[in-house]
Design a protein around this ligand. Sequence first.
Ligand code: 5CA
Length: 164
Amino acid sequence: MNASLSPSARKVQQALQAMGLDLQVVELPGSTRTALEAAQAVGCQVGQIVKSLIFKAKRSQRPIMVVASGQNRVDERLVEALIGEPLGKADADFVREHTGFVIGGVPPLGHTERLDTYIDEDLLQYDEIWAAAGTPHAVFSLTPGDLVQMTGGKVASIKQASAQ
Ligand code: 5CA
């Protein structure tokens, strides 16, 4: 365990360890707040960055997580079809309440509660991907298989057709 990690990043490192995953959170001097910044900071393609996005199901008011490839925009209609209800807006407070993390650092695991999760199928093409680890300076490297395991999510087609 890296004792020098900030508290939010350490929470993610502990969640990885609790799942038996031997993956290391790293804190970088540069910003990893956006997918583009994260890709530049670690030196990978934007598509290899895992965006952990929180939506709010409108009827049930429950949080839904979509983990998307950094270059893709989520087509909300596809997610609505998957969950069987319309999506409303999730604001920063809703994200914080249901994940325990602030926007820009939301990781794919270690949340306040279990989140129903959908995984962008485009992430499965890579050998290595990178996800946020609790802060806008913290990330960890993982495989698509690790992502499926840690989220219990369903792999689906969720991107807007206009994206590449
Ligand atoms: N650390 C990076 C790369 S892993 C990261 O967290 N990127 S992200 O894309 O997963 O998180 C930023 C996302 O937060 C944006 O794409 C956007 O969907 C969402 N977001 C940004 N501002 C707001 C806001 N004011 N309210 C709700 N969601 C927001």
